[in-house]
Design a protein around this ligand. Structure first.
Ligand code: SF4
Length: 209
C-alpha cells in the first residue's frame, strides 16, 4: 500500500477543499487541546515554590506551554504542583483542595520534600511524600529542582495527557474510581504535635507491656 492510499480517507474529497482540511482522531485533538491549556493551581509550600514562581516568570515563561494561567481556585484548575515541604498540618488542606479540583486532574510532586519528605523525612511535623495521600502523576527530583527540571516535569504531564484515550478516561465512566479521598485527620491519620506527650506515654506503655 503506497502512502497516498494509506492517508486516503476512503472517499473523494472535492478539489476545492483539498489541502485545506485536516483529518485527525478525536483522541488526538481532545488531548492536544487539554495538554496545551493546563491550568495549574496557584499555591506554594516552601523553597521549591520560589523556583516554581521563577518558572512562571519571563525568563522561562510558562506561557510557551499554555500553562501561564495559574488559578487561585481549585475549581478552575487541572494540575496541582506540590512545591515544597508538606507538613502534617497542611496535608488535610491539600487533600481538600485536590478533592475540589474537577476531573481530569493531575498532580506533580516538585522536589525532594513533596516526593518523599526530603531533608525533613521522618521529622515530627513532615509528611514523607504527598503520594501517601493523593495520587501523583509526575515526580520532579531535586532540592530544589531548577525551573528547567520543573518544565521537564510539566512536559511529562503533557506527554501523559497526550497518551490518554477518551474511551478509557476514568472521568467519563459511570461508577469509576472518582470517589473523594478521605480528608486525613490530625490524630488517627497524622500526628498532632499538641498530643506528643500523650503519644509518647502510650508508646512507653506499649514498650513495657
Ligand atoms: S526539596 Fe529542598 S528546596 Fe524544595 S522545599 Fe524541600 S528543602 Fe526546600
Amino acid at each position: 500500500m503506497d502512502s497516498n492510499e494509506l492517508n486516503s480517507p476512503g472517499f473523494d474529497i472535492p478539489p476545492e477543499i483539498k489541502g485545506q482540511i485536516a483529518i485527525t482522531s478525536l483522541d488526538r485533538i481532545y488531548n492536544w487541546g487539554r495538554s496545551a491549556s493546563v491550568w495549574p493551581l496557584m499555591f506554594g509550600l516552601a523553597c521549591c515554590a520560589i523556583e516554581m514562581i521563577c518558572t512562571a516568570a519571563s525568563r522561562f515563561d510558562l506561557a510557551r506551554f499554555g500553562m501561564e494561567i495559574m488559578r487561585p481556585s481549585p475549581r478552575q484548575s487541572d494540575l496541582m504542583i506540590v512545591s515544597g515541604t508538606v507538613t502534617k498540618k497542611m496535608m488535610p488542606t491539600i487533600v481538600r483542595l485536590y478533592n475540589q479540583m474537577p476531573e481530569p486532574k493531575y498532580v506533580l510532586a516538585m522536589g525532594a520534600c513533596a516526593s518523599g519528605g526530603g531533608p525533613f523525612k521522618e521529622g515530627y511535623n513532615v509528611v514523607s511524600g504527598v503520594d501517601r495521600f493523593i495520587p501523583v502523576d509526575v515526580y520532579v527530583p531535586g532540592c530544589p529542582p531548577t525551573p528547567q527540571a520543573l518544565l521537564n516535569g510539566l512536559m511529562k504531564v503533557q506527554e501523559k495527557i497526550r497518551g490518554e484515550s477518551i474511551k478509557n478516561s476514568r472521568w467519563y465512566k459511570k461508577g469509576s474510581d472518582l470517589a473523594e479521598i478521605p480528608i486525613p485527620i490530625l490524630g488517627p491519620d497524622l500526628i498532632d504535635p499538641r498530643k506528643l506527650d500523650l503519644i509518647k506515654n502510650e508508646a512507653k506503655l506499649q514498650e513495657q507491656a
